[in-house]
Design a protein around this ligand. Structure first.
Ligand SMILES: [Zn+2]
Length: 472
């Protein structure tokens, strides 16, 4: 036990939950990192006092690694809309929900260089209450892209987002996706893809507009499941053809997940990300009084599809669960609700991701705790090159913890959350379990539900080697 190292915080009496191990342990922290896990009481109060260390009582609580949200848009501009948070606001909401690392996107506007956008985004990390990493994004191919990719990977940005929809904005042609995949493969990076076949969606939307069914209440029908399935099949074929790894963001249907699982069984390094709202909410929301608040892409699916997607989590086919956080408010959403083609897409969710999924998957349906930690902490860290620094409570890892009260019950209320918007899509949802205390880099940032350290200590964390993912 490295007692010669300085110890400045001891978390006592909790049950440590890692993806692959859980048990009673006290955690010794020094200089922002975990120094050791020791048997309960092995580092007695007397020794803590002598060391001048702080002490956190975690008894009755679970000690989870701080959440890693692999899919989080901060201050994202799309069309004429910009989502309403900055790094300080997004990370404040994150830590209140137990998430201590977010992975944001550096998405170029038409004409911008991917590497330039990363450089601009990267410096914003310092305004955060917790750490962050970045996905780059390539839209168009030109001769400078290979060199930009080399520089980005050398600089710790190893994942590149690409879209098969939003023509004229962020959509990339298939041949561009193939080239970027091939170059990233050789650099040790990975393409992360938003898959919805643009030609199918455009056609369906035009036909629906012609009969006056293009408003927010009809959103689900404007982006059919088969548009996602078709696009996933195409991108998987490209990845398999060039033997490149590929990660599918926000997969919303069991068919799409199954395509990825089958490819993986053939040896393709393909991974599924699901996002919280596709696992909890269904398309009945579009028949309610505020359909615009639920407009996201892919849309919320039928209850049958949601149940099928959820079953894939239990089958171990979903590597990561993100939030796809995008912080628009009701006024922004309402301003274009008559036509989903003009609407700002996305739901606020960085704060609710962990508590809502803990309640819905672990408490209600019996997902083992280790699997929850794998999907929300460990695998997002591993597949973003942040492991073993993030996503695990182990010697050498950053001291990022969520002290989880597994028995507290509450109803989710937008008014009680910290996201920079006026609503939550989970309004009124009863949940069991919420983080009571959150530690970031050895500092207690949230304690007993109150912000106790608002100083911005956020860092941009460079990504290293990717994977391997656990379970799936
Ligand atoms: Zn997204």
């Amino acid at each position: 036990m490295p007692h010669s190292e300085p110890i400045d915080l001891v978390v006592r009496g909790g049950t440590v939950v890692n993806a692959d191990w859980q048990g009673a342990a006290d955690v010794l922290v020094g200089n922002g990192r975990v120094r050791a896990l020791v048997a309960p009481g092995a580092f007695p109060s007397e020794a803590i006092r002598r060391a001048g260390a702080g002490e956190l009582d975690a008894s009755g609580r679970l000690l989870l690694p701080g959440g890693v949200d692999p899919h989080c848009h901060v201050g994202f501009t799309s069309g004429e809309f910009t989502s309403l948070d900055d790094y300080r606001q997004a990370t404040t909401a994150a830590v209140f929900g137990g998430t201590t690392t977010i992975v944001d996107f550096a998405i170029p506007r038409p004409g911008e260089n991917p590497a330039d956008v990363v450089a601009v985004q990267r410096v914003k990390a310092a305004d955060g209450l917790c750490d962050s990493a970045l996905h780059a994004c390539v839209v168009d191919w030109d001769d400078t892209v290979p060199e930009q990719l080399r520089a980005l990977v050398a600089d710790g940005v190893v994942t590149v987002k690409m879209f098969t929809t939003y023509r004229g904005e962020t959509m990339a042609e298939e041949k561009t996706i193939l080239k970027v995949m091939t170059h990233l493969r050789d650099l040790g990076g990975m393409v992360v893809v938003h898959c919805e076949a643009d030609h199918i969606i455009t056609d369906v939307q035009e036909r629906r507009a012609a009969v006056g069914a293009i408003d927010a209440g009809h959103h689900a029908a404007t982006r059919p499941e088969l548009a996602e399935t078709a696009s996933v099949a195409e991108i998987l074929a490209i990845a398999e053809s060039v033997a490149a790894p590929v990660y599918f963001v926000h997969q919303s249907t069991p068919e799409a997940v199954d395509l990825v699982a089958r490819a993986r069984s053939r040896g393709v390094r393909a991974f599924t990300e699901a996002v919280a709202h596709h696992l909890v909410l269904d398309d009945s929301a579009y028949a309610g009084p505020h359909p615009e608040r639920f407009v996201c892409c892919p849309p919320l699916r039928t209850a049958t599809t949601v149940a099928g997607l959820r079953s894939r989590v239990f089958l171990g086919q979903v590597a990561t669960i993100g939030s796809d956080h995008c912080c628009y408010d009701t006024a922004q959403k309402e301003s274009a609700r008559h036509d989903v083609r003009a609407m700002p897409n996305g739901l606020p969710g960085v704060e609710t991701r962990m508590p809502v999924l803990f309640s819905e998957l672990v408490v209600k349906r019996g997902l083992p705790l280790g699997r929850f930690v794998a999907a929300l902490c460990a695998n997002p860290a591993r597949l973003n090159g942040l492991y073993p620094r993030k996503g695990v409570i182990a010697p050498g890892a950053d001291a990022d913890f969520a002290l989880w009260d597994p028995s507290v019950t509450r109803e989710v209320r937008g008014s009680g959350l910290h996201m920079a918007t006026d609503y939550t899509p989970y309004e009124g949802l009863p949940v069991t379990g919420w983080p009571s205390t959150v530690v970031v880099g050895g500092r207690v940032v949230v304690d007993d539900g109150h912000l106790t350290d608002a100083a911005p200590h956020g860092r941009h964390i460079p990504s290293g080697a990717l994977g391997p993912a656990l379970i799936c």
